[in-house]
Write a protein of this length. Sequence first.
Length: 207
Amino acid sequence: MTTERSTESLRDLARHAVRDEVLRHAWVLFASQGFDATTIDQVAEAAGMSRRTFFRYFSGKDELIIEKLVEAGELVAAALAERPADESPWAALRAAFGVVVRSAETHAEQARTLRILLRDEPGVRGSLEEWRRRWTELLAPIVAARLAPAGRRAKRPDVRADVRAEALAGSALACLDAAQTVWADHPRSSLSALLDEAMGAILPLDR
């Protein structure tokens, strides 16, 4: 049994490594020539595999976009879960978004190019809607746990906390989206400062 599990773990690691390599090449191509202009054949060739092998790992180009966005969302969710319990949900969300901000500002040129791609190319607009949905699914339950009275957490779902959590997570994502859009168009701006401005404008929602 142990050997079988070890074999499965190695296979999973190998599969993740291949997927990560394909994603890396895909996003370089998307940044340099656009999403619509990039073909699956080009991505496969860049990753050193056949078109047929590509489809063993991904269903299509859309998944290449979603995978990367969801991966970032999981990092944000993990950061949010680790925030101090006495911190307000809105402040905790802002702090958790620091994962995205730091990554974007570290790789500013590529991040701006890809942000413009996500905003302007018709082929990825559906992916942006999926991004919002998937991130809300990741973040809202963590926010709800912060909002629900301690005594109710173990008994039954708190509908009021759930609806507030959906509103807060959705609003925070809208702020992040707005900040990233403005930042992409203004190379000398600070994404961190823009996000502070955006979330500061909606701070009363957290009271």
